[in-house]
Design a binder for this molecule. Structure first.
Ligand SMILES: O=C(O)CCC(=O)C(=O)O
Ligand SMILES: [Fe+2]
Length: 375
């Protein structure tokens, strides 16, 4: 998986050097975690009610799935999928890995800390360094084999955890390929019209890269003032997210504000990432999202971050470019994009922009005022 790891090595993100917290021991919210003042509104006050609609839920076996996906991507930059073919037992198993991992003692978890220029391991969200306040969450990123890190966490029985991760990774890669196909189709682009999707040998989207991000949001003594994960868009083509049955994920829409994505048993959330936004020539917004926390229930999620092969340049597809619709972005590899993100954060996308959208048709800058993270 050269692309992601190269990018991380060459552009390490400075995460504040502070002690990793033991969330369970904190009875009060430390000031370093307080995103609002006590007299301010709660963070959730901006959440709009479901009267304003919610992220579409799409049955992948529906014969109208392509059209529904196109509509969801255009209007939300996100959707939930059911009947996706991923066994529920596998979702339970990956959640069990996350749950078991994050319940280890802080001492134990720190043995598998992500190195400053590394990818795999335990640590704070990479976007932490761009915010003055800390987030109420812990993460564990996996790129390639988790063996070395899992051996440190579970010297005796690391193998069973590794097996689940490998199976989850392979299953997600297949589903991500299928979703890519449907999303392209919804733009009138066949897989054959995307050269890198069809290598000479082997299955479609065979050379793509993926990383797994396990997240935990511990119970919080003052949830109205704390932020689980700050607003960001993902630097991927697309992200597939599994959330347990605790809500907290919200997506942002210019027209309505923050909208909660309710957990649906067995469903997976799909986010349009920045690279698909570029590929779609701005037609599909990469969705801005954040996570809020709560007082009584720990939340878990697993994000599969899906991107192109390392040598591939992503650019607005020729079919979506024409005299009345110029290319909005220049070509960029995932590596270059991640490097720019690591430095310029929420300005990354606009730094690849070639021209401003006309007639508000492509509302690019507006939807990317906030932060961006790989996942
Ligand atoms: O926990 C969630 O629901 C979202 C996680 C996320 O956005 C990420 O890992 O990029
Ligand atoms: Fe994300």
């Amino acid at each position: 998986m050269p692309s992601l790891s190269e990018a991380y090595h060459s552009h390490p993100v400075e995460v504040h050097h502070h002690k990793h917290p033991d969330f369970k021991s904190l009875q009060e919210l430390p000031d370093s975690y307080a995103w609002t003042h006590p007299e301010d509104h709660a963070l959730a006050i901006n959440t709009t009610s479901s009267n304003f609609g919610s992220v579409p839920v799409i049955d992948l076996s529906d014969r109208n799935a392509t059209r529904l996906i196109g509509h969801a991507c255009r209007t939300w930059g996100a959707f939930q999928v059911v009947n996706h073919g991923v066994p529920l037992s596998l979702l339970d198993h990956i959640q069990w890995v996350g749950q078991t991992l994050f319940s280890l003692s802080t001492h134990q978890k720190l043995k598998a800390t992500r190195s400053p220029d590394g990818v795999t391991g335990y640590g704070l969200a990479r976007i932490s360094s761009f915010f003055p306040k800390l987030m109420w969450s812990e993460g564990f990123t996996i790129l390639g084999s988790p063996l070395e890190h899992f051996q440190k966490l579970w010297p005796q029985d690391y193998a069973k955890y590794c097996d689940i991760v490998v199976e989850y990774d392979e299953t997600m890669k297949k589903l991500a390929g299928k979703l890519m196909g449907l999303m392209l189709d919804s733009l009138g682009i066949s897989k054959e019209e995307l050269k890198w999707a069809c290598p000479n040998k082997g299955p479609l989207f065979k050379d793509t890269c993926g990383a797994l991000q396990l997240n935990s949001y511990p119970t919080c003594p003052d949830p109205d003032r704390a932020m689980g994960l700050a607003p960001h868009t993902d630097s991927t083509l697309l992200t597939i997210l599994y959330q347990n049955n605790i809500s907290g994920l919200q997506v942002h829409r210019e027209s309505t504000g923050w909208v909660t994505v309710p957990p649906i048993p067995g469903a997976l959330v799909v986010n349009v990432g920045d690279l698909f936004h570029i590929l779609s020539n701005g037609l599909y917004p990469s969705v801005l999202h954040r996570v809020l926390v709560n007082r009584s229930k720990q939340r878990f999620s697993v994000a599969y971050l899906y991107g192109p092969p390392s040598n591939v340049e992503i650019c607005p597809h020729a079919k979506l470019v024409g005299p009345t619709r110029p290319a909005l972005y220049r070509a960029v590899t995932w590596n270059e994009y991640l490097g720019t993100k690591a430095k310029h954060f929420n300005k990354a996308l606009s730094s690849f922009q070639l021209c401003a959208p006309k007639n508000g048709l492509f509302d690019v800058n507006e939807s990317h005022k906030n932060s961006v993270q790989v996942g």
